[in-house]
Design a protein around this ligand. Structure first.
Ligand code: SAH
Length: 204
């Protein structure tokens, strides 16, 4: 999977490729789609949600430019796959999921796989995780209508926030950095994510 669907599509960072080789993706996807765990596509994970394509996971992580020392906030734990990859590339991952069952299953897998530097909580991630802020990096795995303000507030001065923005069919991947009291938004191409549902996301 890593050679064919990630490296061959242009991800060159050997640390990211190695982290993805180490995480057993088949354990994260539901048994009915486990045969496709190492394929190129997004897969259903229940509750109308999906685990992203391996290439997109790698591309978003690449945009974060991790060095290994960062405290990272992830919104949209889903299966926990992306958080597991992140856990190998930074110091600590804080991940928020709004669907209880998904969060529980992800936390169980982290224990099973001895991933000790990733925590999961059930909450509306558009509020961020204020008692752990600031974060060096924030990554959002669901598409927002606009950059959620609490996430900018919780981003370290020199931090980076990567998220998809826009409605279905018109999403763009964005990288956001703080500049003075505002933000600079860099366009990083098209995206296709489930909606970010919450107070600073799409309303239910
Ligand atoms: N990163 C995941 C895939 C995430 S799919 C993986 O590797 O498997 C997007 C997830 O975002 C879904 O599980 C969805 O329930 C969650 N989500 C949507 N809105 C959210 C919110 N406001 N707070 C937290 N999680 C949210």
């Amino acid at each position: 999977m890593v050679e064919r669907h990630v490296a061959a599509r242009g991800i060159a960072d050997e640390r990211i490729l190695q982290a993805m080789r180490e995480v057993p993706r088949h354990k994260f996807v539901p048994a009915v789609v486990a045969a496709k765990a190492y394929g190129p596509g997004a897969l259903p994970i229940g509750a109308k949600q999906t685990i992203s394509q391996p290439f997109i996971v790698a591309k978003m992580i690449e945009l974060l430019e991790l060095r290994g020392t960062e405290k990272v906030l992830e919104i949209g734990t889903g299966t926990g796959y992306q958080a597991a990859v992140l856990s190998k590339l930074c110091a600590k991952v804080f991940s928020i999921e709004r669907i209880n069952d998904l969060a529980l299953r992800a936390a169980e897998l982290f224990r099973e796989l001895k991933i000790h530097n990733a925590s999961v909580k059930v909450f509306d991630g558009t509020y961020g995780w204020s008692d752990q802020a600031p974060f060096d990096r924030i990554i959002v795995a669901a598409a927002a209508p606009a950059v959620p303000d609490p996430l900018v507030q919780q981003l370290a001065r020199t931090g980076k926030l990567v998220l998809p923005i826009g409605e279905a069919g018109k999403q763009r991947l964005a990288r956001v950095v703080r500049v003075g009291t505002g933000v600079k938004i860099e366009d990083c191409g098209t995206a296709e994510f489930v909606p970010l549902v919450g107070r600073f996301g799409w309303r239910e």
